[in-house]
Design a protein around this ligand. Sequence first.
Ligand code: SER
Length: 315
Amino acid sequence: MSTTILIIGACGQIGTELTQQLREKYGKDSVIASDVRKGSAEFVASGPFEVVNALDFNQIQLIIEKYNISDVYLMAALLSATAEKNPAFAWDLNMNSLFHVLNLAKEGKVKKVFWPSSIAVFGPTTPKEHTPQYTVMEPSTVYGISKQSGERWCEYYHTIYGVDVRSIRYPGLISWSTLPGGGTTDYAVDIYHKALSDKKYECFLSEATGLPMMYMDDAIRATMEIMEADSKDVKIRSAYNLSAMSFTPKEIAASIKKHIPEFEITYAPDFRQKIADSWPASIDDNYARTDWNWKPEFDLDAMTKIMLENLSKQK
Ligand code: SER
């Protein structure tokens, strides 16, 4: 059977780049982008696009039938900072969209599901350095609670109903083409924009807050690799730890200074500091490396170079 893909939440930070990469691999007409609102004219013109509300089961089902979809990538979600401001909606969106897609897969209407989890599944009682795959998990954020619950349901649907669902615990993701929205790790994108435009940046996290991070190209490749892996090799059906680099605001600022020596960073921690403090500083992703051969390519300095180059061109 040929692969026909539906991406729900295609206009977001990950969705935009995932759509492009999947279209390069599977052909533009085999990858249906969808989001709750119409994307930019350029994005809509780049291939099939449908307006789909991730909370509307019938709408999702209709599109799956219309295009004979085999694989769904469910990227719609409220991220950590926004979720703290709107807990009820975050829970509704993050959980019920997942149930809709898992239930369609259970009914055999979809063959394979990708659903993103996050480092937010961990909490303040989790070991902070080289956080293992299996460890204490007591998330203290609305977003983390929804991702942890989602992981349990993914594993349940796989074990009980045989649903082929695959997931990764993304670290903070950094990209130049689309802005992130509402996350705690967003500073690591914003800082590059402000370094170029203002030569200074006020960070909402303190200088020594270490967090696991990843350049978007690595994240997209990991997503496509876990989806292409042989089903028997995807042994973990909750979500895999995934790691590339870890840095503090001070360290990313130092990396930027190598290109823009006059760049200055100041610190004014806000409510997001508490969220960041509850998350791991670094991740052990040994299972992903062993089970489906995961290997990151970008470190901090390589990423800084690409980010600054591409953002300068864009400006
Ligand atoms: N980048 C996300 C956030 O900060 C974590 O998954 O919310």
